[in-house]
Design a protein around this ligand. Structure first.
Ligand code: ATP
Ligand code: MG
Length: 351
């Protein structure tokens, strides 16, 4: 039997996941799990780039559990995915240091993603670890020797850096790593307030774990066509978040087309459009909530998954790091010194 190809995915444990995450990444993870062995990183070391405070760190455990629950809730199969805590896999730190010699500062400084992250976190100066984010990401990807990395378009340049680092390592020492491919996923879900992106920190998100009352409240106060102050005024469907959500989450295409056409004519009220959206979202979220409740009821289950997944990752990481050091000749240096010292100690003991 040939081994399955591997995928590396994951999230920073900064909070619960929302519909935007589903659109932008979770739905692909679901599709990929059938064909690939999935390594799922809970990237808490990456969190330290922009959220390094003690208070932020204190949230990691709870957020990690919630993220795992979110994944189980949408149907991720824990027998096909290893969830692991990045900071508990010490070999990743070592790999990061070795790999950091295979990329230039200039190359990292040119990345718009890193500047954007610094700006979003309102950092006035560039921390060393934020500049090195793509190098740590390369360590994450190369640790399980992943073949495929599903990422948004904006992250493509980081995977290119991982490939470059892998290629340089293989050329300089020996063929340890497969070159990872980026698989571009995406689509961005707008916020309920009409802002370009649903984001938990913007307060415009519907969480996968929200209850019916919260979903109703969010939907009923959603941003729509601002020019349409009465139901009999013709409205614009294009770029209207309510219809954007209908397109994404309402499988009843006939209903959506009917609503759109009446909206354009000024023949439907916002309340009807939103109520139907609410119903569609409830149909989408109900099975997710049920699975979430089922897993949440089993006390300690998510911790067990993270524990076992991390052990699995640690074993994998030890193997990869050992092969790296062997290829470089680093293990040899230490082993010779260790053996030489053992011989000396024996001689001294005899004398
Ligand atoms: P924060 O407000 O803390 O930035 P967030 O809700 O924007 O949090 P992130 O942790 O920044 O979530 O998102 C992680 C990844 O999830 C993104 O890189 C992207 O792939 C995906 N994602 C997040 N929000 C959306 C969205 N609205 N539409 C599509 N994909 C999204
Ligand atoms: Mg964000």
């Amino acid at each position: 039997m040939t081994e399955k190809r591997r995928i590396l995915t994951g999230d920073r444990p900064t909070g619960k996941l929302h519909l935007g995450h589903f659109v932008g990444s979770l739905q692909y993870r679901l599709a990929f799990q059938e064909e690939y062995e999935c390594f799922f990183i809970i990237a808490d070391l990456h969190m330290l780039t922009t959220k390094p405070s003690k208070e932020d760190i204190a949230q990691i455990g709870e957020n990690a559990r919630e993220i795992v629950l979110d994944h189980l809730a949408i149907g991720i199969d824990p027998t096909k995915t290893s969830f692991y805590l990045q900071s508990a896999v010490h070999e990743i730190y070592e790999m990061h240091l070795i790999l950091s010699g295979m990329v230039t500062v200039e190359r990292l400084q040119q990345l718009p993603t890193i500047k954007d992250m610094a700006a979003a976190a309102e950092l006035e100066q560039m921390p060393y670890n934020l500049l090195g984010y793509p190098v740590l990401q390369a360590a994450d990807i190369l640790m399980p020797r992943a073949h495929l990395v599903p990422v948004g378009k904006d992250n493509e340049s980081h995977i290119e850096i991982s490939r470059q680092i892998a290629r340089r390592f293989n050329n300089a020492y020996s063929e340890v790593f497969p070159l990872p491919d980026a698989y571009i996923v995406g689509g961005t879900l707008v916020g309920t307030d009409g802002q370009a992106k649903m984001s938990k920190s913007l307060g415009n998100a519907i969480l996968l774990s929200d209850d019916s009352a919260s979903v109703r409240k969010r939907v009923m106060s959603m941003y729509t066509d601002p020019n349409r102050i009465r139901a009999d005024i013709p409205g614009t469907v294009e770029g209207n978040p309510v219809f954007n959500y209908h397109d994404t989450f309402n499988p009843n295409k006939e209903e959506v087309e009917d609503l759109k056409s009446r909206y354009r004519q000024g023949a439907v009220g916002d309340v009807e459009v939103k109520t139907k959206l609410y119903n569609a979202l409830e149909n989408f979220l109900e099975p997710i909530r049920e699975r979430r409740a089922y897993y949440a009821e089993q006390t300690g289950y998510t911790d067990q998954l993270i524990y076992e997944g991390t052990q699995r990752a640690q074993a994998e990481a030890r193997q990869t790091l050992m092969e790296m050091k062997k290829a470089m000749g680093l293990t040899g240096v230490w082993n010779r010194i260790r053996r030489s010292n053992e011989r000396r100690q024996k001689r001294l003991a005899k004398a």
